[in-house]
Write a protein that binds this ligand. Structure first.
Ligand SMILES: C[S@@+](CC[C@H](N)C(=O)[O-])C[C@H]1O[C@@H](n2cnc3c(N)ncnc32)[C@H](O)[C@@H]1O
Length: 219
């Protein structure tokens, strides 16, 4: 079974039912926009989608894990909400240009390789409207798991069969240089797990804006 399907196998809310900080921040930035269209990339079991749908956003959530999405579908039904969930890989997905006013990405990009990250960034630029906002959360080199496991690349370590990359501030600013960076802050995340353990992480909270008039690559 795939790594993420295995995580969601029991149907539990693995990291609780509280939304992540990303969707609360995206909500603040898009507050003035009526029925803003939002995409949650790698939505897992949908905790951020549920929060945003309740606040009146038009929400789509995508993920590669069918098991995660079946928890999301169940939760959506129980709440009587209208959210479109789809089981697709963002890297090969085919959304139209300027499809979303807001994008959120919690805890995905530290699992992407270098080439995947380039595809990811170009795609986000293309599908976000001019002036659109994306909020991302990803691991920092200050995280307490940094250096654990087999080193497979610069600031990258393999644990439980999964590569995890830890980002520096300079690297982040370089990668997202074609966007306007509205906020880049290192924060501590307290994460209660369904096992009863609590994990603490140091992550980057990044808020970027798609500048108007950008030249956008077609792929
Ligand atoms: C750590 S979980 C985060 C889930 C959710 N954002 C949250 O914070 O609750 C990472 C998620 O990324 C998804 N994922 C990994 N690669 C993906 C890809 N290429 N496209 C879409 N989803 C992906 C996994 O299935 C998993 O649900």
């Amino acid at each position: 079974m795939d790594y993420w399907d295995e995580i969601y196998r029991n149907g539990n809310y693995e990291w609780g039912t509280e939304p992540t900080i990303t969707c609360k921040i995206l909500r603040e930035y898009l507050r003035k926009k009526d029925r803003a269209r939002v995409l949650d990339i790698a939505c897992g079991y949908g905790r951020d989608c549920i929060f945003l749908a309740k606040k009146g956003f038009e929400v789509r959530g995508i993920d590669i894990s069918g098991k995660g999405l079946s928890i999301a579908e169940r939760w959506k039904r129980d709440e009587g909400l209208d959210i479109e969930f789809k089981c697709i890989d963002f890297l090969t997905s085919s959304f139209s240009t300027d499809s979303f006013d807001g994008i959120l990405v919690s805890n995905l990009i530290h699992h992407l390789g270098e080439k995947e990250l380039t595809i990811f960034i170009n795609k986000v630029r293309r599908i976000l409207t001019p002036g659109g906002i994306a909020v991302l959360l990803f691991l920092s080199t200050s995280d307490n798991q940094y250096g654990k496991g087999e080193e497979t690349g610069k600031n990258t370590f393999k644990t439980k069969g999964l590569d995890v990359h830890y980002f520096t501030e300079d690297e982040t600013l370089g990668l997202f240089s074609l966007f306007k960076v509205l906020k880049l802050e290192e924060i501590e995340i307290v994460e209660p797990h369904s096992t009863g353990e609590t994990h603490y992480h140091k992550e980057w909270l990044l808020v970027i804006k798609n500048e108007e008039g950008n030249v956008v690559l077609s792929k």
